[in-house]
Design a binder for this molecule. Structure first.
Ligand code: ADP
Length: 198
């Protein structure tokens, strides 16, 4: 099995790269998706969040009110740490379960937005970092429905390109069009993934 950690700042193009790698046969484990699954109604994760932050973080139908929770932890590092302390271990455990269930010859790509921030670089055979110019990222995120202000605030709270670069085996430059990105993913697959598997 070849384990690839995929990371990059918000809006850099991680999901796009993950989809391109999936087309080439990789099994993608998406940390953001898992982070939503572990706090779905009826999960121990949601129960732990409610125990920590109270029933006001639930909507009327009993699901997690993300906006309310975000308001509670915004600007409160201790609350943020408490939330991360609940969610991050659950996400890692679920991701590890999915990786363990994959066939031995799989190329497993873990899309981990906070790979650098949470110190997970060492858990992968290869770390693939996607980069794009900050203004390009804001423009693309606005195209995805985020406000420019929100996009910039999230970018500021994440690791820097330099910090991601420091742990990268390969850096993909996503300032060009989708075709240019796909060509880099192809090169990565041929130059790094195929040799590592054989
Ligand atoms: P991330 O997962 O890192 O937050 P995404 O892959 O979702 O980033 O990309 C952010 C947005 O930019 C998406 O709407 C995506 O379709 C778009 N996008 C990604 N790469 C390119 C590109 N090379 N050219 C134009 N749009 C792109």
């Amino acid at each position: 099995m070849l384990k690839i950690g995929l990371t990059g700042g918000i809006g850099s193009g991680k999901s796009t790269v993950a989809a391109l790698l999936a087309e080439r046969g990789a099994l993608v484990v998406d940390a953001d998706r898992i982070a939503r699954e572990v706090v779905e109604p009826g999960t121990p994760g949601l129960a732990a969040v409610v125990e920590a932050f109270g029933p006001d973080v639930l909507t009327a139908d009993g699901s997690l009110d993300r906006a309310a929770l975000a308001a509670v932890v915004f600007g409160d590092p201790a609350a943020r740490a408490r939330l991360d302390g609940i969610v991050h271990p659950l996400v890692r455990a679920r991701a590890a379960q999915l990786v363990a269930a994959a066939p031995d010859d799989s190329v497993v790509v873990q899309d981990v937005p906070l790979l650098v921030e949470t110190g997970q670089a060492g858990a992968h055979d290869l770390v693939l970092v996607v980069e794009a110019d900050p203004e390009t990222r804001v423009r693309r995120l606005v195209g995805r429905g985020l406000s420019a202000e929100d996009a910039r605030a999230r970018m500021a709270s994440q690791a820097t390109d330099e910090q991601r670069r420091a742990v990268a085996d390969v850096v993909l430059d996503n300032d060009g069009d989708q075709e240019a990105l796909a060509a880099q993913v192809d090169r990565f697959w041929v130059d790094q993934v195929e040799p590592a598997r054989s």
